[in-house]
Every structure is written in C-alpha cells, then in structure tokens.
Design a protein around this ligand. Structure first.
Ligand SMILES: [Zn+2]
Ligand SMILES: [Zn+2]
Length: 136
C-alpha cells in the first residue's frame, strides 16, 4: 500500500523531470541556434550596409581648391571658427558653391562631414574624379 502511494507520487515527478529536461534541452538548442544565426548576421551586416556619410580623406582634401583670403569671392568670414580669413591666409574653397574657410578649419570640418558648413551643399566624390577631360 505504502509502495503504491510512493509510486503514485514518484511517477509524476519523474514524468515532470523528463519533460523539464527535454524542455531545457530544446531551449538550449534553440538559443544556440539563434545566437549563432545572429552572430552570422552581425558579421554580414557591416559589409552589406551602405557606407555611412563619411568625411573626405586627406587625399581628397588635397584636391580641393586652395586660395588666399584675398581671392575669396563670397566674403572672407570663416563659418567654422567665425573668424575673418586674412587676405594673406590660406583658405580652402568648396567646389560648387565657392564658400571659403581657413585651410585648417575646412580640413577639420570636411574630414568629418562631406558637406559645405554654410550652405550644406554636398561634396560629391565625382568632383575628385572628373569623368574624363572635356570633349574639346
Ligand atoms: Zn576658420
Ligand atoms: Zn557652400
């Protein structure tokens, strides 16, 4: 009689344990699969992601027109440091909009943002690689 009671209590416990263990195994298996899958995705993401807006390289900066303060046509105030570009100081000209900035100011800004700090016109990379010389 005692044995029957013991069995009646023990069997459900074993059953529960087995279910629990199987459940844990399943959970473990699912997590391992998921995390490995996620890892793979993470590794692929940076490659497939389009290059985020990046500043210009120093080589590209070198190709931007360099003028002196007196050659500036659109005023000689540097919008980066809000100082005046003296006529004998070197300035960097943004191609397209012709806004000028101190050489160092322009390089600092443009190495982080490929846009003109004044009018936000974008510095296209084609500017640095003109598509062949003119037809004449
Ligand atoms: Zn400046
Ligand atoms: Zn501009």
């Amino acid at each position: 009689m005692l044995f029957a009671v013991f069995l009646a209590l023990f069997l459900p416990c074993v059953g529960m344990s087995v279910v629990f263990v199987v459940y844990m195994c399943f959970l473990c298996y699912a997590t391992t699969n998921n995390s490995s899958g996620r890892n793979n995705n993470n590794q692929e993401l940076p490659d497939t992601k389009p290059p985020k807006e990046k500043g210009l390289s120093s080589a590209q900066l070198d190709k931007l027109p360099k003028v002196t303060g007196q050659e500036l046509v659109l005023g000689n105030d540097c919008a980066v440091c809000l100082d005046v570009i003296e006529s004998e100081q070197l300035a960097r000209l943004v191609p397209g909009c012709n806004h000028g900035f101190h050489l160092e100011c322009a390089d600092t800004w443009l190495s982080k943002h490929p846009v003109c700090p004044v009018c936000r016109s974008k510095l296209e990379t084609q500017l640095f690689n003109p598509p062949e010389s003119n037809p004449c």
